[in-house]
Unconditional design. Structure first.
Length: 193
């Protein structure tokens, strides 16, 4: 995980979430860039569920939400970007039938994600396209990319201050179609300086 900035040197704030001094997995990085706090996350998958991996996912999400609340309270313009490994609603996936037992669609992670929105964070991709999902992930299995059988599991959440400055958000789908590409496409958000 890295935070890069054109024409600016990111100032690292933290390399892990607060709340678990024994955390060994590199799942969170935070830096300030030109007055904006950027938090990057790579949430636990949680499969198989139920079980210890799912419990770890929920605990990690709990700590993430607590940190997000502290960021919001700080008043700094902030973005929480990354692979959240949660499909917020059934409208954010091509079809649920293949994923009904997957941790991505379970009520508890969905509720944890919704709690972020309820606390004031703005889902930039949903705000940009409220009526049609902007998929960010297409599995390599079952020809899902050519069929546009995607999911939205990568998210850009904006603090209230930054949401007021948002110009646009989207997904660079073309990158996913390149030979040897990741199964994720880059998500992006632009805001007024």
């Amino acid at each position: 995980m890295a935070i890069l900035a054109r024409g600016s040197e990111p100032v690292e704030i933290r390399r892990s979430l607060p709340g678990d001094a024994a955390e060994k997995q590199a799942r969170y990085l935070e830096a300030a860039v030109n007055g904006v706090v950027i938090g990057c996350c790579y949430m636990p998958n949680g499969n198989p569920q139920p079980g210890p991996k799912f419990d770890y996912k929920l605990d990690w999400f709990r700590r993430f939400n607590a940190h997000a609340a502290a960021l919001m309270a700080s008043g700094h313009p902030s973005v929480l970007a990354g692979d959240y490994k949660v499909v917020p609603t059934d409208a954010d996936i091509y079809a649920t039938r293949s994923f009904l037992d997957n941790a991505l669609l379970q009520p508890a992670p969905r509720a944890a994600y919704q709690a972020l929105l309820d606390s004031g964070w703005t889902d930039a991709l949903h705000r940009q396209s409220p009526d049609a999902p902007l998929y960010t992930f297409w599995s390599y299995l079952r020809n899902r990319w050519p069929r546009d059988a995607g999911l939205r599991i990568d998210h850009l959440l904006l603090s209230q201050k930054l949401a007021r400055r948002m110009r646009s958000a989207g997904v660079d789908r073309a990158v996913r179609g390149l030979e040897g590409a990741s199964d994720h496409a880059p998500a992006l958000v632009e805001w007024k300086a």
